[in-house]
Design a protein around this ligand. Structure first.
Ligand SMILES: [Fe+2]
Ligand SMILES: [Fe+2]
Length: 250
């Protein structure tokens, strides 16, 4: 039975190309398209709606049922990645998980309206980052220490949330200063025109958001922090560096 797709192709091709004897030898793109349409083979390119029509008429071919899902495709891509790149992405996944939890911790303890608005906006961005990293990194390669990073991230937000807005902004500025450098070190290893250019663009867009977060936090508090807050920010920066090292390994 001729499908709607085949009928459309036949009508287009026959409109200005009546069959001739020489057509049997015709290797033009037009003739190849017509041959493919008649062969019953799955088409190579169609819109999603045309695929739906095709599946309804022909059934889903085995080659299509075996088509890899988005995540599976990424799995196959990572099979060809160097181990250092997988380790980098594992640390990004741990970091973005921690970032989401920082803002959740902050929202659990702070009642300051400006801080809560800041946290809600940043939380949405960090959730987007986490989704982007998860799109690239299959579950098998993710850190096994995720519960630990969740807890530490939550505390990194909850403690400053209890201490007040100055602590919040100084903490976020310290974290994002570290994250900016962390992403920059990864970008420096990836060629913008090389095989990982698409991944590099994703990481660069995350970095741009982190820099905006850092600058917003810095602008929100101009007071010089006291020794206790300075010590806390140093602890947060050192802890972030240790977490990256641990997440790269496991
Ligand atoms: Fe992020
Ligand atoms: Fe951020």
């Amino acid at each position: 039975m001729e499908t709607r797709q085949q009928r459309l192709i036949r009508e287009i091709l026959e409109a200005d190309a009546p069959k001739t004897k020489t057509q049997e030898q015709d290797h033009s793109l037009k003739q190849q398209a017509w041959d493919r349409a008649l062969s019953g083979e799955p088409p190579r390119t169609m819109t999603p709606w045309e695929w739906q029509d095709w599946y309804a008429a022909q059934g889903v071919p085995i080659t299509q049922t075996q088509t890899e899902t988005h995540t599976k495709t990424r799995t196959d891509i990572t099979q060809h990645w160097p181990s250092w790149l997988i380790a980098d992405l594992r640390s990004d996944h741990a970091g973005e998980t921690g970032a989401v939890m920082i803002y959740r911790g902050l929202l659990a303890t702070s009642r300051d309206k400006q801080v809560r608005d800041f946290a809600h906006r940043h939380l949405a961005t960090e959730q987007k980052h986490l989704g982007m990293v998860e799109d690239w990194l299959p579950k098998a390669h993710r850190t096994r220490l995720l519960p630990l990073w969740r807890l530490l991230g939550w505390l990194t937000g909850a403690i400053p949330g209890l201490m007040g807005p100055r602590w919040v902004y100084q903490t976020i500025a310290a974290v994002e200063t570290f994250v900016d450098e962390h992403y920059q070190a990864q970008l420096d290893k990836l060629d913008p025109t090389g095989p990982h250019s698409a991944l590099r663009e994703v990481l660069a867009s995350c970095q741009a958001d982190e820099v905006a977060h850092r600058d917003e936090a810095r602008a929100a508090t101009t007071e010089r922090p006291g020794w206790l807050l300075r010590g806390w920010c140093m602890l947060v920066a050192k802890g972030s560096a240790l977490a990256v090292t641990a997440a790269r390994a496991a």
